[in-house]
Design a protein around this ligand. Structure first.
Ligand code: SF4
Length: 115
């Protein structure tokens, strides 16, 4: 099978945001990475286009994204000290939205790097 080559791909795994990675993929999996460190290689090669998980979980049960958003809004509304946490492996746009949400609900915001 012929592999698709994507040049100048960006790795968002650790925060260095290397943007000169070359990826070779078969449409479902990345088979080869050039220029990525061992962490980046692992990150790229272990993500797949296959849908292995449901779009969302609410209380451990499969849910639609709309149901998950509604549940998250209810949790945030009921929280005394809301925390917006995580944000690893997300885009700048997603981080911007998370910061806006934190400001809207008066939340503390933190990322996994505080560990
Ligand atoms: S390739 Fe390695 S150093 Fe670069 S962003 Fe990915 S994990 Fe970080």
């Amino acid at each position: 099978m012929e592999l698709t080559v994507t040049k100048n791909a960006t790795c968002t795994f650790c925060g260095c945001v290397c943007d000169d990675i070359e990826l070779h993929s078969d449409g479902e999996r990345i088979k080869e990475t050039k220029g990525a460190c061992i962490l980046g290689q692992s990150w790229f090669k272990n993500h797949t286009a296959e849908r292995l998980y449901p779009a969302a979980l609410v209380n451990g049960r499969e849910a639609t994204v709309d149901e998950a958003v509604e549940a998250a809004a209810e949790f945030l509304h009921a929280a005394d000290m809301p925390l917006v946490y995580g944000l690893s492996n997300v885009t700048c746009e997603a981080t911007r939205e998370a910061v806006s949400l934190a400001e809207l609900v008066g939340a503390v915001i933190d990322s996994h790097t505080s560990l």
